[in-house]
Write a protein that binds this ligand. Structure first.
Ligand SMILES: [Zn+2]
Length: 137
């Protein structure tokens, strides 16, 4: 499902684009920036952080979630994810699952530095996440 972008979405893309410049991606050269807006209208950013061991690399989306939660703001409303070039990048499966822990219906805005935009929802990208309710009571 693709939705139309609003002014708030473009602002979130702008913040994610600025954050993207701080990405640490010396190996892949694939810099990603993410900005999460909470329901309190605060914005938390994250970038991908690579590691020489490769497997310890973390995505921008999860870095943004951890920044939000670490600041006590875990009621998430929307995320913008910005990559370089002319393609858009969906969040990976691990990031979808981490996002779904806090906001299974959150708005997801995909963007690139060439002006490409697409708005969707996490529930469209991950329709049946593993949820806290899935755990035995
Ligand atoms: Zn990811």
């Amino acid at each position: 499902m693709t939705e139309t972008l609003g002014p708030g979405d473009e602002e979130l893309v702008r913040v994610a684009t600025l954050a993207r410049q701080r990405a640490y991606a010396p190996y892949s050269k694939y810099k990603v920036g993410a900005a999460i807006r909470s329901k309190r209208n605060k914005v938390h950013t994250g970038v991908n952080v690579e590691n020489a061991s490769y497997g310890l690399t973390i995505c921008a989306e999860r870095a943004a979630v951890f920044a939000a939660v670490g600041s006590g703001d875990n009621q998430l409303d929307a995320i913008a994810i910005v990559v370089d070039g002319d393609k858009l990048a969906n969040p990976c499966g691990a990031c979808r699952q981490v996002l779904a822990e806090f906001a299974p219906d959150m708005r997801v805005i995909l963007a690139n530095t060439s002006g490409g935009r697409k708005a969707t929802t996490l529930s469209a990208l991950l329709p049946e996440p593993f949820r806290p309710e899935s755990l035995p009571s």
